[in-house]
Design a protein around this ligand. Structure first.
Ligand SMILES: *[C@@H]1O[C@H](CO)[C@@H](O)[C@H](O)[C@H]1NC(C)=O
Ligand SMILES: *[C@@H]1O[C@H](CO)[C@@H](O)[C@H](O)[C@H]1NC(C)=O
Ligand SMILES: *[C@@H]1O[C@H](CO)[C@@H](O)[C@H](O)[C@H]1NC(C)=O
Ligand SMILES: *[C@@H]1O[C@H](CO)[C@@H](O)[C@H](O)[C@H]1NC(C)=O
Ligand SMILES: *[C@@H]1O[C@H](CO)[C@@H](O)[C@H](O)[C@H]1NC(C)=O
Ligand SMILES: *[C@@H]1O[C@H](CO)[C@@H](O)[C@H](O)[C@H]1NC(C)=O
Length: 939
C-alpha cells in the first residue's frame, strides 16, 4: 500500500470514525445534560401513588412513566419526553396519569425546561400545591394541561403571559379549590389570542364573562365557576365554536340569539344547565345542525319545543329537564335518527306519547310531567333501551309485564305514580327482562310478586303504595338475597316478615303495612331502616345494635314494648335519626349517648318511658329535634340541654317533670330553639324569665329559616305534635314555620315577664292552666306574627292591653277564666273573636261581650280582615300533614350514574363529568324542593 492509498484509507477511517464519533455526540448529547438533570430532579420530587384515579374515573390505567427514566438512555427517549429534533431541547412533557404525588413549587427543576411547548401534568396528585407564577415563563408553550391534579389556591396572573397557548386546561374535581381573580380572567381572554380550547371548570372565578379575543376558540368550558351577569351574545357568534359549556352557574343569565348563532353552525355540544333564560326555546336553535348534545336543564324555560329542532339530525342527547316546558312532546323527537338520550323530566308536558320511531334510543327520562294515555306499543321496538322512566305522570290503562319482554338490555324501568295497573296475564312464563336492575312500580295496583320471578338482578325495587298482601315468597327472597340493596314495600298490606334475608341491603322501607310479630332485623350493611306504622310487638332485640352502619332507624307507631336496648345509645356515633314514637316502650332511656354523636333527631314521644332525661344527651351536639313528650319521665327541667347548639325542637310535654326552672349562668342557651313544649307537667315557681332572655332564634323573624335537615334526599321527615288554635296537630314537614312556647297546664305562678314580648318570632304562645297573676304585659303587643295566644285559666287581673289590638295575625285568643276587667280592645282581629275568648272574667266589657264601652264603636268586619285571615291561614294551616310523596328520587341519580358509565365506552369525555353530574343532581333536587316549599309558603 503506498502512501496515497494509506492516506486515503486513513482518511476514510478517520472520516468514518469522525462520522461515528460525531453521530454519537449527536445522539448522546441530543438531550443537553442540564435537561436530563432537571428531569431527573423533577422525578425525584415525587413518590408514586398507589391509588389509580385514571383507572377509576377514565377507565384508562395509570402507570408511573417516570419510573423508567434513567441515564442509560438519552432523555429524549424517555417515556413522556419529546425533544426538538434540531436543537435537542425538551419541547414536550406528557406525564398525565403518571401517579405522581408531591409538590411543584417555584424551585422545581421543571422550570429549567424553558423550551417546553406542550406540558401535560393532568390526573396526578400535587397535594394542594399552588400553581407557580413560573408557569408563566414558558414562552413557547402552546398546550398546558394541569387539570384534575390537586392544585389549589390562586391561579397566578402570569398564566396570561402564555400568549401562544392553543389549549389551556386547568379544571379540577373539587369546587373552589382553585381561584382565578376576575381581572386575571379578563387578561387571559384578552391576551391568549391563539386559544382553541379553554377549560376552567370548577375554578372559582366569580366574575362576569369578559370579551373573548380569540376567534379560533373551539371549546369553552366554564361550568361551576361562579360566573354571573349576562352571557355576552358574542360568545354565541364565535365563528369556530364547537363546544360551549357554562353549566351550573346559577347567577348567570342569558338571552338566546334570536336569529343567528355562529354562521358556520359549528356547535356540537351546548350545555347551559342552570343558566337563567326566562324564555321560550328559540326557533333559531334549529340552525345548529351539527349539534350532537343539547343540554338546557333548569334554565327557566317555558312554552313548547320548537318544530325547528327536528332539523338537528345529529343530536345524540337532549337534556331539557327541570324547566316549565309544556305542550305535547313532538312526535319527531322520537324519530331523530341519532338520538340516544332524551331527558325531559320535571316539565309540564301533557298529552299522549307518540310512537317511537328511532331505534337508537337508549335512555328515556320523562318522569314528572303530565303525560297521559296508554304507553305506546312502539316502546317494544326499542331493543337497545336501557332506561325508561315514565314515573309521576298520568299514564293510564293496564300494562302487562310481557310488554317489556323484548327489551333485553333494560336496566331501569320506572312506572311509579301514574294510573297504570300492572298485570301479569301469563303467570307461567315470567317475562320481565332478566337484565333489570332498578324497577319502580309504586302505586301500580300490584297485588303479588309472581311477575318478578325472572328479574334476578334487581338492585333497587320500589313496590310501595300497592296492594300486596300476606308475606314475601321464599323464591323472591332468594332472588333478591345477594343483589337487592334498596327495597321499598311501604304502604302495602303485608302481614308478616319473620326475617329480612338480604345480604347487601342498604335501605329498606316497610312503613305502613300490617306487619305483626316481632321486629325483623335486617343485614348489618343496612343504613336506612323504616318500619313505622305496623303492628309489631314484643321487645326490640339488642341484636339491632349489630347494624354498624345504621343512620336512620324509624320504628314509630307500632306496639313494641319492653325497654329500649341500652346499646342504641352507643350507636349514636353513626345514627342520625332514632324515631320510636308511639309505641309501648317502658323503662329508662339509654344513658350512653356517645361523644361525637351524629344524632340529629330523637323522637320517643308517646311511650311509657320512666326515669330521668339521660345527661349523656349533652354529647349529641348535632341534635336538632328532641321529642320525649307523653312519657312518664320524672326529672327537673334539663337546662343543660341549652348547650346543644343546633337544637330546634324540644318537646317534653305530658311527663312528670317538676320543680322550678332555675336561672343559669351559661352565656348562650338554646340559641336555635324554635319550639319548646313543656305543657302538662308539674313545673312550678315563676315563669323562667332567665330562659326567655336567651332563645335567640325566637328574637328575629327570618324568612330564610331552615327546617331541620333531612337526610337521604328528604326521605325522613321530622314530626312533632303542636297545639295551636286549640287544635292538636302533628306537624310533619314545616317545623321551620313554627315558633312556639307552650308552658300550659303546669303550676307556674307569679307574673308574665314582659321579656316575652321580645320573642317576636312567636307564632304560638300558650300559658293557660297555670297560676299566673298580675297584668298582661303590654309588650305582648310586639309579637307581630303571633297567631294563637292562650292565657286562659290563670289569675290574671287588670285590663287587656290596648297594644294587643295591633296583632294582625292573631286568629285565636283565649283570655277566659281570669280576673280581667275593663274594655276589650278594638282591632281588626279582635272583631273576629267570640264570647268564649273572654268567658269567666270579672268585668270585661265591649264587643263581643257587651255593647257598653263608652264612646268606642265596634269596627265593621271589612274585607281587609278576611284577606288577612286568608293569608295567615294559607301560610300555615294548609301545610299541615302534607308530606312530600315519598321518593324514588335518589334512583335518578344512580340511573344517571349508570347512564354515564354506559356512555363511557363510546365517549370517555362524558365520563369525566360523573362526579360533577352527581353532585349537581343532588344540589338540584335540594334546590327544587326548596323552591317548591317556597312556593307553597307563598300560596
Ligand atoms: C400579554 O402577553 C404579553 C406577551 O406575552 C405580556 O408581555 C403581557 O404582560 C401580557 N399581558 C397580560 C395582561 O398578562
Ligand atoms: C336561523 O333560524 C331562523 C329561525 O328559524 C331563520 O329565520 C334564519 O334564517 C336562520 N339562519 C340561518 C343562518 O340559518
Ligand atoms: C330545516 O332546515 C331547512 C333548511 O336546511 C329549512 O328549510 C326548514 O325550514 C327547517 N325546518 C324547520 C322546522 O325549521
Ligand atoms: C304553556 O304555558 C303557557 C304559559 O307559559 C300557557 O300560556 C300555554 O297555554 C301553555 N300551553 C299548554 C299547551 O299548556
Ligand atoms: C343496538 O345496538 C347495537 C350495538 O350498538 C347496534 O349494532 C344495533 O344497530 C342497535 N339496534 C338498533 C335497532 O338500533
Ligand atoms: C319522682 O321521683 C321521686 C324520687 O326520685 C319520687 O319521690 C317522686 O314520687 C316521683 N314523682 C312522681 C310524680 O312519680
Amino acid at each position: 500500500m503506498d502512501y496515497k492509498q494509506l492516506s486515503v484509507v486513513l482518511l476514510l477511517v478517520f472520516l468514518r470514525h469522525e462520522l461515528v464519533f460525531s453521530s454519537s455526540i449527536l445522539r448522546s448529547h441530543l438531550c443537553p445534560k442540564h435537561q436530563s438533570t432537571a428531569l431527573l430532579k423533577f422525578k425525584q420530587t415525587f413518590t408514586i401513588d398507589t391509588f389509580d384515579m385514571c383507572g377509576l374515573m377514565l377507565g384508562q390505567e395509570s402507570y408511573p412513566k417516570t419510573s423508567s427514566w434513567n441515564l442509560s438512555k438519552d432523555c429524549c427517549l424517555w417515556d413522556g419526553v419529546k425533544c426538538d429534533e434540531m436543537s435537542g431541547h425538551v419541547i414536550e412533557l406528557d406525564l398525565g396519569c403518571s401517579l405522581l404525588v408531591g409538590v411543584i413549587d417555584s424551585n422545581s427543576s421543571l422550570f429549567q425546561l424553558s423550551h417546553l411547548q406542550r406540558l401535560n401534568l393532568s390526573m396526578n396528585n400535587f397535594d394542594g400545591s399552588q400553581i407557580s407564577p413560573k408557569f408563566g415563563r414558558f414562552s413557547s408553550m402552546t398546550h398546558l394541561d394541569l387539570s384534575r391534579s390537586y392544585f389549589s389556591g390562586q391561579i397566578p396572573s402570569e398564566i396570561s403571559h402564555l400568549s401562544k397557548l392553543h389549549s389551556l386546561l386547568l379544571y379540577t374535581f373539587y369546587l373552589n379549590k382553585l381561584r382565578l381573580a376576575s381581572h386575571d380572567f379578563k387578561s387571559l381572554l384578552r391576551n391568549l389570542t391563539q386559544l382553541r380550547e379553554l377549560n376552567l371548570r370548577s375554578i372559582n372565578i366569580s366574575s362576569t364573562i369578559p370579551p373573548i379575543f380569540s376567534s379560533h376558540l373551539t371549546t369553552l368550558r366554564l361550568g361551576w365557576t361562579g360566573l354571573y351577569g349576562i352571557i355576552p351574545e358574542s360568545i354565541f357568534h364565535l365563528p369556530n365554536l364547537e363546544r360551549l359549556d357554562l353549566h351550573h352557574n346559577d347567577q348567570l343569565n342569558g338571552y338566546f340569539p334570536k336569529t343567528k348563532w355562529n354562521s358556520s353552525a359549528s356547535l356540537i355540544e351546548l350545555d347551559l344547565t342552570d343558566v337563567n333564560f326566562s324564555d321560550t326555546l328559540p326557533e333559531s336553535l334549529g340552525n345548529l345542525t351539527s349539534l350532537q348534545s343539547l343540554t338546557l336543564q333548569n334554565c327557566n324555560l317555558r312554552g313548547p319545543i320548537p318544530e325547528s329542532l327536528s332539523n338537528l339530525t345529529h343530536v345524540e342527547s337532549l337534556y331539557l329537564g327541570d324547566n316549565s316546558l309544556n305542550g305535547t312532546i313532538p312526535s319527531w323527537i322520537f324519530s331523530l335518527p341519532s338520538l340516544s338520550l332524551v331527558y325531559l323530566s320535571n316539565n309540564q308536558f301533557s298529552g299522549q306519547l307518540e310512537d317511537f320511531k328511532s331505534n337508537s334510543l337508549v335512555w328515556i327520562y320523562l318522569q314528572d310531567n303530565q303525560l297521559q294515555g296508554h304507553l305506546p306499543t312502539s316502546i317494544q321496538n326499542l331493543v337497545n333501551l336501557t332506561t325508561l322512566d315514565l314515573s309521576s305522570n298520568n299514564f293510564s290503562g293496564s300494562v302487562d309485564v310481557s310488554f317489556f319482554s323484548n327489551l333485553k338490555y333494560l336496566l331501569d324501568l320506572g312506572l311509579s305514580y301514574n294510573r297504570i295497573t300492572l298485570t301479569n296475564e301469563d303467570k307461567v312464563k315470567s317475562t320481565l327482562p332478566e337484565s333489570l336492575e332498578k324497577l319502580g312500580l309504586a302505586a301500580c295496583e300490584v297485588k303479588e310478586f309472581e311477575f318478578l320471578r325472572s328479574a334476578k338482578n334487581l338492585k333497587e325495587l320500589d313496590l310501595s303504595n300497592n296492594k300486596i298482601q300476606g308475606r314475601i315468597p321464599d323464591w323472591a327472597w332468594s332472588n333478591w338475597e345477594f343483589s337487592v340493596s334498596t327495597l321499598n314495600l311501604s304502604h302495602n298490606m303485608l302481614t308478616s316478615m319473620d326475617s329480612i334475608p338480604l345480604q347487601s341491603l342498604d335501605t329498606i322501607d316497610l312503613r305502613s303495612n300490617f306487619l305483626q310479630g316481632s321486629l325483623p332485623i335486617p343485614a348489618i350493611s343496612t343504613r336506612y331502616f323504616f318500619i313505622s306504622e305496623n303492628n309489631l310487638s314484643g321487645e326490640i332485640p339488642s341484636s339491632l345494635c349489630n347494624l354498624m352502619s345504621l343512620k336512620m332507624l324509624v320504628l314509630a307507631k307500632n306496639n313494641l314494648s319492653g325497654a329500649i336496648p341500652q346499646c342504641l345509645g352507643n350507636m349514636s356515633y353513626i345514627l342520625e335519626v332514632l324515631d320510636m314514637h308511639h309505641n309501648n316502650l317502658s323503662g329508662a332511656l339509654p344513658t350512653t349517648f356517645s361523644i361525637e354523636s351524629s344524632l340529629r333527631s330523637l323522637n320517643l314521644h308517646g311511650n311509657k318511658l320512666q326515669g330521668k332525661i339521660p345527661r349523656s344527651l349533652v354529647n349529641c351536639k348535632r341534635l336538632q329535634v328532641l321529642d320525649l313528650g307523653d312519657n312518664h319521665l320524672n326529672d327537673t327541667f334539663p337546662m343543660w340541654l341549652g348547650t346543644l347548639p343546633e337544637l330546634q325542637v324540644l318537646s317534653l310535654r305530658s311527663n312528670k317533670l317538676h320543680g322550678s326552672i332555675q336561672p343559669s349562668r351559661v352565656a348562650s342557651l338554646f340559641p336555635q330553639l324554635r319550639i319548646i313544649d313543656l305543657s302538662y307537667n308539674a313545673f312550678s315557681g315563676n315563669l323562667p324569665t332567665s330562659l326567655f332572655q336567651h332563645l335567640k332564634a325566637m328574637r328575629t323573624i327570618d324568612p330564610l329559616t331552615k327546617s331541620p335537615s333531612n337526610g337521604r334526599d328528604g326521605y325522613y321527615q321530622d314530626s312533632v305534635v303542636v297545639v295551636t288554635k286549640g287544635l292538636e296537630l302533628e306537624v310533619v314537614r314545616i317545623l321551620f314555620l313554627y315558633t312556639t312556647i307552650d308552658l300550659s297546664s303546669n303550676k307556674f305562678g307569679g307574673h308574665i315577664p314582659s321579656v316575652l314580648g321580645d320573642l317576636i318570632a312567636l307564632r304560638v304562645m300558650n300559658l293557660s292552666h297555670n297560676g299566673l297573676q298580675g297584668h298582661i304585659p303590654s309588650s305582648l303587643g310586639n309579637l307581630s306574627v303571633v297567631e294563637s295566644l292562650d292565657l286562659s285559666f290563670n289569675q290574671l287581673s287588670g285590663e287587656i292591653p290596648e297594644q294587643l289590638a295591633s296583632l294582625t295575625y292573631l286568629e285565636f285568643l283565649r283570655l277566659s277564666h281570669n280576673h280581667l276587667v275593663g274594655c276589650i280592645p278594638i282591632g281588626r282581629q279582635f272583631a273576629t273573636f267570640q264570647n268564649n275568648s273572654y268567658d269567666g272574667n270579672d268585668g270585661l266589657r265591649g264587643f263581643p261581650v257587651s255593647e257598653d264601652c263608652g264612646s268606642r264603636k265596634m269596627p265593621k268586619r271589612n274585607n281587609t280582615t278576611q284577606v288577612l285571615n286568608q293569608e295567615s291561614n294559607s301560610t300555615f294551616l294548609s301545610e299541615f300533614r302534607k308530606t312530600i310523596p315519598m321518593g324514588y328520587g335518589s334512583g335518578l341519580i344512580i340511573g344517571l350514574f349508570i347512564a354515564y358509565f354506559m356512555l363511557s365506552s363510546r365517549n370517555s369525555n362524558w365520563l369525566s363529568r360523573i362526579t360533577e353530574e352527581l353532585e349537581y343532581r343532588i344540589v338540584m333536587r335540594r334546590r327544587k324542593k326548596k323552591q317548591q316549599r317556597g312556593r307553597q309558603r307563598r300560596h
